[in-house]
Design a protein around this ligand. Structure first.
Ligand code: ADP
Ligand code: MG
Length: 719
């Protein structure tokens, strides 16, 4: 804020033809436009280079009116035959033009008297717009247009027309004249071929080392910029739309590099901070291990060792643990928690939902109680005396381990001696939230260790990008004896067969889940639907014990139902997606998911992970309500074809993009200007190598690249 107002009050020098000059020096930019441009992150002339087109239009060819096809965006020209105002339901101006090959109607709903006067018979117009079917002729609704000389040819230096992301009050035409001016300056001011601090003042620097450019066969910066802003006529609109032209790839590479470098800076910053050094004999850990009914898999052992090693450092651990559904992440977290507790620190375990938190509470209680460890529970729903008692125990240090929802940190919770934080995140946390969390855990300049667990795997490239500020551990092995779940996909017209199948399985001694899904956000409606389904199934299968579980039941009721199901005293459990996480009943070997097309891949995979936990071979029936969209088909096919969570995550990324998967679509995190994690994933390893090279050999360029691409957003560290 301060910076901006300073800039605006500074008197402008008479001329400044450089690239670092304020945009105020460009023609057509007054204080108001400058203010609006600043909202787009454009303050200096060179910022315009990195404000990249969203797409392109071909205005390099005039299409004869007789050859128009509805649905295409075209440039046409012709002579006005007639202009009339129509008074229908709405007043509108209809202008008919002709070029000798046919005639076309221009339809305007908003127009001024002056505009109308300019559309007299005999005037020649050049127009751009989307062709639609009209009543008598084809039409352009609200085309862009301007007056021309009769039969005036196009200038022969025509380029494709970029469409820029913009903001209210800044028109495309303005963006184009501004980039025109900036590109002109770029031509006059050749690119600074090599980075040197002395010349850093005003030119546009090539920040990628020559060896990298040569190796990747990417064009130099100035060339790439010129191309993406003003592609030549012969450029393929299709290639450009796909973002695969080398000029685009050149910029995407640099953008990914900027993102990577900024995450690494964060990581460095973290390294410089102090954390609680936790070096203990591991007695509690050994005691728990000896009580477990199983031994850890090799992958679990490796990850536990990685975590313990991190906790022995005197800077705070920032580690991501991922692994497929059912690989046993919880026990890894518990073992780490025990290290902290043994060292006299408090540990906190946070889950994204009440239900998952509740599940963790049960698991932790079952493991910690025999060791005599005090467990406290705190959620958004804890109220009154219960709440204040919990808060007091946390403050006094009596509570050694605290389990709760993320609300834990939003409330006034004071810890006596917090040393370790486990975040079970279901992909809902972004960098900013992680940092905010870390800040809150700070006490006397010491930051607690953080372990972040994801509920389902994240594709490697995405993890390398979105979680580059963290160290990463992967549990790449399932406990022995797990049998892959067989999945079938059926249309809901075959519901009757599915009900019979459930019947048969239960008569054979298995147990089954029937999961109801509903698009509606409303929990009430979801529960209603599940209630109806449960009633129908109970009526259709009178010899089975059918029960219902959903999110609106009291925790006590839910616990009772789950316990009964676990004991085998319920055959068929009808549920909403509340059973997505945590539920663990090995004898359940059949799952039916209704309206499976409504759920994302990660969620389906989580749900399916509730079966296949026992010695019986398990089945999953995905019932859909047709017709399926292409994406819907691809999603269900993925579920049928593989049980591998990492593979499913890769397909999910390709189908839905990173924003949906990480849940950051709204927050804008990981929204690139030109890079696309899915399209550009092959670059990521090279980006990371280049990042390391820059840090080692060209440290001055690191800041410059980050500032160029991320500007103010790069200052994650200042949360
Ligand atoms: P997730 O990684 O999906 O969170 P959980 O931690 O819930 O998985 O573990 C799934 C189930 O596997 C739990 O019942 C847990 O007790 C059990 N489990 C964990 N590790 C092992 C192991 N090494 N051998 C056998 N069972 C295990
Ligand atoms: Mg889990």
């Amino acid at each position: 804020m301060k910076e901006r107002s300073l800039k605006n009050t500074q008197p402008l020098r008479a001329v400044d033809s450089g690239l670092s000059a304020s945009v105020r020096y460009l023609k057509g930019v007054g204080p108001q436009t400058a203010e609006k441009l600043a909202r787009l992150g454009i303050r200096q002339v060179w910022d315009l280079f990195f404000h990249l087109p969203l797409r392109y239009q071909d205005r390099t060819q005039i299409v004869p009116i007789g050859a128009l096809v509805a649905g295409e965006e075209v440039l046409v020209q012709g002579e006005v035959q007639a202009s009339d105002i129509r008074f229908g339901r709405r007043r509108m101006l209809l202008t008919r033009i002709s070029d000798g090959t046919g005639s076309l109607t221009l339809r305007f709903f908003h127009f001024t008297a002056r505009q109308q006067a300019g559309l007299q018979r005999g005037t020649w117009l050049r127009c751009y717009g989307e062709v639609r079917h009209g009543q008598a002729t084809l039409e352009l609704a609200h085309p862009e247009y301007h007056e021309i000389e009769p039969h005036q040819p196009l200038p022969d230096d025509a380029r494709l027309t970029p469409i820029y992301p913009t903001t209210e009050g800044v028109r495309q035409a303005t963006m184009r004249t501004l980039t025109d001016q900036a590109l002109m300056r770029l031509q006059q001011q050749p690119l600074l071929a090599d980075f040197s601090d002395a010349s850093a003042e005003d030119g546009l620097q090539e920040l990628l080392p020559n060896e990298v450019l040569a190796q990747l066969q990417l064009p130099p910066l100035a060339e790439a910029i010129d191309y993406v802003h003003r592609p030549p006529v012969e450029a393929s609109l299709h290639d450009l739309a796909e973002g695969r032209h080398p000029a685009q790839q050149r910029l995407a590479f640099e953008e990914l590099l900027a993102q990577q470098l900024s995450m690494q800076q964060l990581r460095e910053k973290n390294r410089a901070q102090r954390g609680p050094r936790i070096e203990v004999a591991g007695e509690l850990r050994q005691r728990l291990l000896s009580q477990l009914p199983f031994s850890l898999t090799a992958a679990q052992q490796r990850v536990v060792a990685e975590v313990i090693r991190d906790m022995q450092q005197d800077h705070p651990m920032q580690r991501l643990v991922q692994g497929d559904v059912g690989c046993g992440k919880t026990v890894v977290a518990v073992l780490a928690v025990l290290q902290a507790v043994e060292a006299g620190y408090q540990a906190v375990v946070m889950a994204p939902t009440e239900l998952l938190a509740e599940q963790h509470r049960q698991n932790f209680a079952q493991w910690l109680a025999p060791l005599g460890i005090e467990l406290e529970w705190l959620s958004g729903k804890s109220k009154g005396k219960v709440r204040s008692a919990a808060l007091e125990k946390i403050r006094s240090g009596e509570a050694q381990v605290v389990v709760g929802t993320h609300a834990l940190f939003q409330q006034e919770v004071v810890f006596a001696r917090l040393g370790f934080v486990v975040v079970d995140e279901q992909h809902r946390f972004g960098v900013h939230q992680r940092l905010a969390l870390r800040e809150k855990g700070r006490q006397q300049g010491i930051f607690p260790h953080q372990l972040i667990m994801t509920a389902t795997p994240i594709p490697r490239t995405l993890a390398m990008t979105a979680y580059a500020d963290l160290d990463s551990s992967v549990i790449d092995e399932l406990p022995p004896g797990r049998k892959p779940v067989e999945t079938v996909v059926l249309q809901d017209s075959r519901r009757g067969e599915v009900v019979q199948r459930v019947h048969q399985a239960c008569l054979n001694g298995s147990q089954a889940y029937w999961v109801c899904t509903l698009i509606e956000e409303s929990e009430t409606l979801q529960c209603q639907a599940a209630q109806d389904t449960a009633a129908q199934l109970a009526a259709a299968l009178p010899d089975l014990r059918v029960a219902l579980i959903h999110g609106r039941l009291k925790p006590q009721e839910k616990e009772t139902i789950m316990a009964t199901f676990k004991q085998g005293d319920i055959d068929l459990l009808v549920a909403t997606t509340v059973i997505e996480v945590g539920v663990d009943v090995p004898n359940a070997s059949l799952m039916v998911i209704e309206n499976a097309e409504r759920l994302g891949l990660a969620q389906l995979h989580q749900l399916r992970g509730r079966v296949g936990r026992g010695s019986e071979k398990s089945n999953c029936v995905l019932m859909y309500h047709g017709p399926l969209s292409e994406q819907g088909k691809a999603r269900l096919a993925a579920m049928r074809e593989t049980n591998d969570g990492f593979e499913i995550a890769r397909r999910d990324l390709a189908l839905r993009g990173p924003g949906e998967i990480l849940g950051t679509r709204q927050t804008g995190e990981l929204q690139f200007r030109i890079a696309d994690i899915v399209r550009d994933q092959a670059m990521v390893p090279e980006v990371n190598r280049t990042a390391a090279l820059l840090v080692q050999q060209h440290p001055q360029r690191v800041t410059a690249i980050i500032r160029r691409w991320l500007g103010e957003a790069a200052r994650y560290g200042d949360v």
